[in-house]
Design a protein around this ligand. Structure first.
Ligand SMILES: [Zn+2]
Length: 527
């Protein structure tokens, strides 16, 4: 795949994990429009958040700085973004934060973190320098520009507090800091790493005046430091070599990404008319959470793939002429009733037309207790839908509570950005089930494909406004009379009244198996 075909998120994930020499399974990386500065959290695995630029009027805001929305302004923006990415990736690859766990106890948190960050930044910088010297040269340039800017600011504020004496001559402090840094590099790694580093940490704890007074914008901030400051204009960086190339890639991919997202949101806002949703949202993602889900469902997915192969083998056998057109509705009913009916294969020779599938996930609070189960099932459905259709534009995946979330639109590929969104799903909120079905119908109504299926993972318990049950019954009835096939998955017995087609099971394995068999039966019909 050429870089141009790549998506912004994939490009960033790829840069980060390759440089860190780690995997999404081990370290979480969240790209967020909500945070101002990079954050490192321990929950207990390492989770890093890199902010994304935010539009403010005609300008971009990123890490407390203002950038013109011009080629040059964005060059500076992506330069600072790359400094962030490499800085955090170095921590993801090199920093062992657990050695400080005990040391931190009974010590002031604020100072501890400043000391830990100072030490780990020194180790991280060494890693960048030795792994990719070109990257380090660029970061050094960013550092010098930012420090220069800081000096000017300090001098301005010093003029305001003229009488305050300095505790140390500045040059003296800088020389001391340099020698501590050298010691950190010399003594890190090896068998006595923990002991050596903690003794330096002790020394710094007693000599706090040596610690840097401010944190550079691209370095990790801790939550207690996330206070709003006035945004300042960004200095002019001078990216070279590898940074220049990457900045061009990031900028191009970002523009493509922003335009696509704008179009998607505009399209869905049109569908929202007269529905009760608060908003249509493209959720931010969590690839680490997805990787964990993927691992949890791996055995199940293996079984499913075996099952798929069995069915494929049957269609390859001489009895293939027995298998003609497959009626999904009948297939599901046959499977749901545990019957091994062959009636699901219609004997005529009709070829199946193109299909469009929408999978809707109810993530309301009423589903709360079983939400892990819902997430796992969603991963299974997504993985299989993608594997089986082999066509990413054949299926879409949305979730809803009182908002409508686009997890994967028809027009999106099943890439890491989409997977991360699935990983980030959380249960809660209301269940605007009728509105979600209506919205999905509006999406499908505009779809030119011949066969349309709407799968709804729900407990069949709508909530959010008066008479929502009556409205649900009406909308389900209306949908079932349209040319879309509606299949409810997971609805409990008490709530089945509304839906004609139901797949349910006592456990995830059976449920997925039922769904997949039905799915594959249809998918292989025109093989
Ligand atoms: Zn750092």
């Amino acid at each position: 795949m050429s870089e141009k075909e790549q998506n912004f998120f994939e490009y960033v994930y790829d840069l980060f994990y390759k440089f860190a020499q780690t995997k999404p399974e081990d370290v979480g990386l969240i790209l967020s429009r909500k945070t101002q500065y990079p954050i490192i959290k321990f929950i207990p695995e390492l989770e890093m958040t890199i902010p994304l630029p935010r539009k403010q009027g005609e300008k971009y805001i990123f890490e407390g700085m203002v950038f013109e929305n011009s080629e040059n302004g964005r060059k500076n923006l992506w330069c600072l973004f790359l400094a962030t990415l490499y800085h955090l990736a170095a921590h993801a690859g090199k920093s062992g934060y657990s050695i400080y766990n005990q040391w931190r106890q009974n010590r002031t948190d604020d100072f501890c973190w400043r000391i830990i960050d100072f030490i780990e930044d020194t180790i991280g910088e060494k890693y960048i320098l030795s792994t990719e010297p070109e990257v380090w040269k660029n970061i050094e340039n960013v550092n010098s520009k930012l420090l220069h800017l800081q000096k000017i600011q300090d001098e301005t504020s010093k003029k305001a507090h003229k009488n305050k004496p300095k505790s140390y001559p500045l040059d003296d402090v800088e020389a001391k800091i340099e020698s501590i840094k050298k010691e950190i590099i010399k003594k890190s790694g090896g068998d006595r790493h923990k002991e050596n580093i903690l003794s330096i940490a002790d020394f710094l704890y007693k000599n706090r005046e040596l610690l840097p007074k401010t944190i550079l914008p691209y370095c990790e901030h801790h939550e207690y430091e996330q206070k709003l400051k006035f945004e300042i204009n960004c200095p002019e960086f001078e990216p070279r070599d590898t940074f220049e190339i990457k900045i061009a890639n990031l900028d191009e991919l970002w523009q493509i990404n922003e335009q696509a997202k704008d179009r998607l949101i505009r399209r869905f806002k049109k569908y929202l008319k007269k529905l009760n949703f608060d908003a249509v949202i493209i959720p931010s993602g969590n690839l680490h959470a997805y990787a964990a889900l993927r691992m949890k469902t791996a055995p199940l997915l293996r079984t499913i793939r075996q099952q798929i192969r069995t069915i494929t083998n049957i269609t390859d056998s001489p009895r293939i002429d027995e298998i003609g057109y497959v009626d999904l509705q009948m297939a599901i009913q046959a499977i749901a009733s545990e019957g091994q009916s062959t009636d699901i294969f219609e004997r005529d020779e009709r070829r199946r037309g193109e299909e469009a599938w929408v999978i809707l996930v109810d993530k309301s609070a009423s589903m709360g207790l079983r939400f892990d189960w819902v997430k796992e099932f969603t991963v299974c459905m997504a993985e299989c839908a993608n594997d089986l259709t082999g066509k990413p534009d054949a299926w879409a995946l949305y979730s809803f509570d009182n908002n409508f979330q686009i997890l994967k639109d028809f027009k999106e590929r099943y890439n890491q950005e989409v997977k991360a969104r699935i990983g980030d799903m959380n249960g809660g909120g209301l269940s605007l089930l009728p509105d979600a079905i209506e919205l999905a119908n509006r999406v499908l109504n505009e779809d030119p494909r011949e066969k349309k299926y709407l799968f709804i993972i729900t407990d069949g318990h709508p909530s959010g406004y008066e008479q929502i049950h009556e409205i649900l019954a009406k909308i389900v009835k209306k949908s079932e009379m349209s040319d879309t096939t509606l299949i409810a998955i997971g609805v409990s017995k008490k709530r089945t009244g509304n839906f004609k087609n139901i797949i349910k099971a006592a456990n995830l394995r059976t449920l997925v198996s039922k769904f997949i068999t039905a799915y594959k039966t249809v998918a292989t019909a025109d093989a």
